[in-house]
Design a protein around this ligand. Structure first.
Ligand SMILES: Nc1ncnc2c1ncn2[C@@H]1O[C@H](COP(=O)(O)OP(=O)(O)O)[C@@H](O)[C@H]1O
Ligand SMILES: [Mg+2]
Length: 260
């Protein structure tokens, strides 16, 4: 059972030490990683995924439950508690979605429940994407948004990996807030890279990166929680604008009335 993941500080690109010695992430927490392009966000996510042990360019170490990672976690995919979902994830399988998920259930030796789990996973995925996924669709034909939605659902429902890492999913056409909400119900450690203020405010704290280095760790303050509903309305309005532009409509200004 994974209950905490700890990041022990290493160094940034110029060799300066991370500003923290240690960050503990507990089960049920949602954590975002923020910072400009090139600041080391993906690198930090990769350190976690690789269970770094002072053997990556950053010199960081990852502990599980306060201990170095047991070898079976590193080398046996069935034990790996971490699911990493990136912009570039693609499938090597061309099976229909339903068969892929069922096969995955069998690998995870949860035979008895496999019908249920496949249906559950599809239902989960379809809450995250605007373009519903049918069990008969082929894996390789899914859109970027559908792919990411399915991977998140697979990680949450079928693999039930306790740790989910998401690298920059904003433009991938999934409902990010819904993903945060659903993953919170599944009690995981959920770590994601985001440029999106509303999503950042939904998290318990955020890790700020600069020049490859952990600059600071900020807990979401009461004041920030307070403004998050306003930020949400702004975000909604922007989403509506984006959607209209995408569909070739003209903007009228009415899209912004509710947030004025
Ligand atoms: N701590 C570090 N030490 C050495 N190189 C680093 C470090 N952090 C990031 N880098 C390098 O800097 C570049 C940008 O980092 P990346 O993690 O891709 O940034 P981001 O995801 O924030 O855009 C990459 O080539 C990465 O290998
Ligand atoms: Mg990146």
């Amino acid at each position: 059972m994974v209950s905490t993941i700890s990041i022990l500080g290493g160094r940034g690109k110029d060799g300066r030490l991370d500003a923290i010695d240690r960050i503990d992430l507990r089960m049920g927490q949602v954590v975002s990683i923020v910072g400009p392009t090139g600041s080391g966000k993906t690198t930090l996510i990769n350190d976690i995924e690789l269970f770094a042990h002072e053997d990556t360019p950053t010199g960081r170490t990852i502990l599980i439950n306060g201990e170095p990672v047991p070898p079976e976690f590193r080398y046996n995919p069935a034990c790996n508690p971490i699911a990493l979902i990136t912009q570039h994830t693609t499938f090597l399988s061309d099976l229909p979605v339903g068969e892929f998920l069922a096969a995955h259930c069998r690998v995870r030796s949860r035979n008895g429940q496999s019908v249920d789990l496949v249906a559950q996973a599809l239902q989960f995925a379809n809450q995250l994407t605007g373009e519903p996924i049918e069990p008969t669709y082929r894996m390789t034909e899914l859109s970027g948004g559908q792919t990411r939605a399915l991977l998140i659902a697979d990680a949450a429902v079928i693999c039930s990996t306790p740790v989910v890492l998401l690298d920059e999913v904003e433009n991938a056409g999934i409902h990010r807030a819904r993903a945060v909400e659903l993953l919170r119900q599944h009690r995981k450690i959920f770590i994601f890279v985001t440029h999106d203020p509303w999503i950042a405010l939904l998290s318990d704290f955020r890790i700020v990166m600069q020049a490859g280095r952990i600059l600071q760790v900020l807990s979401t303050s009461d004041e920030e929680r307070h403004i998050s509903s306003h930020v949400h309305r702004l975000d909604d309005a922007l989403c509506r604008l984006r959607e209209k532009l995408r569909q070739g409509s003209r903007l009228t200004g009415r899209e912004l009335q509710e947030v004025a």
